[in-house]
Design a protein around this ligand. Sequence first.
Ligand code: NAD
Length: 359
Amino acid sequence: MNKHIAVLAGDGIGPEITASAVQVLEAVAKTYGHTFTFEPLPMGGCAIDACGEPLPAHTVERCLASDSVLLGAVGGPKWDALPGDKRPEKGLLGIRKAMGLYSNIRPAKLWPALAEASPLKKQLIEGGIEIVVVRELTGGIYFGKRGAYDDERMGRTAWDTETYSQKEIERITRIACELARKRTGRVISVDKANVLESSRLWRKTVHAYAERHYPDVTVTDMLVDNAAMQIVKDPAQFDILLTSNMFGDILSDEAAQVTGSIGMLASSSLGDTSCGLYEPIHGSAPDIAGKDIANPIATILAAAMMLRDSFGMTAECTAVERAVGDVLNEGWRTADIFSDGTRKIGCREMARRIAEHIA
Ligand code: NAD
């Protein structure tokens, strides 16, 4: 197969980790007889520096024309003082919107070789952890109306709004239920229906839609505060967590941490077409940028998700995941997952070893 992949390396460790994923994808192409072409495009802080804006129109145009998009991460202290709509993160929200990506899937898996990296007690993780957070991505409070004003009595005051429509809730429920059918058939929907009106609509809509279209899928509800607690108390109970934009943002980082390092976890963002956006869940890690110590595995696993979910290359995806498992089982570790008795290597070396295992 021929596939054209847009690569948005971004800022901080972005260029290092996307180069690693490209190296692994090249190994896949060679081994399985595919042709992948890669088109680097600016987004985030590097785009602000080069073109004066975080998401140039040309980048959007080329991403829409590609078969899929691989993203590193954006942002960093250099651009922190810029106003909200000029910041690198604006590019990220913009590209998701432009590509119509309303679902964000974040699998948090505990790799057996990394059990020691989990901060949880051994008995809590014995049963394994594999939580898939299905997060709504283009609605809710991150996109709602907001403002700030000076109140005579209270001083400077700011507000944001959480808005959800039935349509937005239904389409993300569909994604979660489809995924549930391929897994355990269970979805836990997270909300704050005891307080928020938008959560009450969320809960009602999720159940009505799932009962009508997916009677074989079991949907239960959990309040977000309880979900945050249960993830550290009994993570094995979870399979698919269906969440709004903000709740998913927070819970997926928590789920990531209980599985070990944030440097291990990938995510995919999809809409109604097969052209998706694949990225690690972590940020641009400016504190370790350019030192060749970043963990490239999250981005490599994001590339594996791309192979399966955008290109239908299931065997190739499994080959990448297996190669990651093999390299970890051999004891190779980047600094963030290093422990006594294992062998520390850098970002480039980790990518090289994973690519080698595929070949
Ligand atoms: P971060 O995820 O970049 O870093 C948090 C911690 O995890 C840091 O100590 C970092 O060194 C470490 N870390 C992250 N990825 C790692 C990896 N692959 N290997 C080893 N260690 C890793 O979060 P932050 O420090 O809060 O944010 C830094 C910048 O990234 C900010 O500008 C923020 O806005 C941006 N950000 C971008 C995205 C994105 O592009 N999707 C997501 C989150 C944060």
